[in-house]
Design a protein around this ligand. Sequence first.
Ligand code: HPA
Ligand code: ZN
Length: 339
Amino acid sequence: MTVANWPVAELHVHIEGTLETELLVVLARRNDVALPSYDPDALRELYRFTDLQSFLDIYYANLAVLRTEADFYDLGMAYLTRASAAGVRRAEIFFDPQTHLANGIPLDVVFGGLTRALADARATLGISADLILCFLRHLGGAAALQTLDAAVPFLDQFIGVGLDSAEVGFPPSLFTEVFARAKALGLHRVAHAGEEGGPDYVHEALDLLGVERVDHGIRAIEDPGLVEILRERQVPLTVCPLSNVCLRATPTLAEHALPAMLAAGLLVTINSDDPAYFGGYIDDNLSALQREFGLDNQQLATLARNSFRASFLPEAEKRRHIADVDEHLEGLLRLTSGA
Ligand code: HPA
Ligand code: ZN
């Protein structure tokens, strides 16, 4: 059975990580940027990662092809079109402005293209989407503060801040000041923690940054006290199973922490992270989990409801989407009972 039609929210996807090799080649030709190959399949063959850094090296290098507002628009539209086909009704999308600034691309070009894609996708596909500005942890806290200051004129074009890039050696404690400033500006706060870093990074993200969601968070399961805090407060964890396998945060999907996290009563959501690099979109992640763990329709419905509960949508919209999940589940149950 396909899982493509579950209505879901995607809360952990980097727009730069949705750059498929086909579009990469188009943009490289458009902007006269050199690539190691112009064959999309050959480029994809190079995606063999051993850890987070081995992925980030290729991911950042590829972003040199993004030069104009039209490039960012095409990137955004391609993701939203594919996500909509996967059942995504709401997307809260990360972007990495510091990478583009370092490539000489001003913020108004990045915001202009992405914001126009979000508006057009809402109008033509009925998908709701917003942007979350991520700070690159390897560039440190002072650079993050500078980036947030530079983004203040665009405050109406993003809903929150996040923290991504190389985790180990760059703990959340380096970013306390910039997250406090983001809170004062009325922005939502999330952070990658517990992907490669240990449970201590998740504690810091909660206690020092005041995050409302933890991105990945799979290593939280190693710390029973932390699991209890996450369960008690129902802090959402945006888990990305295919990403975790590709970057060897888990040896195999069979050994993934997801079943233990669900059994512990954690508010887990399923997401694609960087789908162009890790073998699939949100529907592919759900299908892989269903195959590996034999998830039934009730469990898939729980994951779909969780995704809306964990979103930054207004309560009334969350309820409307959750009602759609319930209706989808009832339809499937009627089908399987032959009624
Ligand atoms: N982890 C950290 N930083 C990232 C990732 C990720 O999976 N994807 C893009 N930036
Ligand atoms: Zn991520």
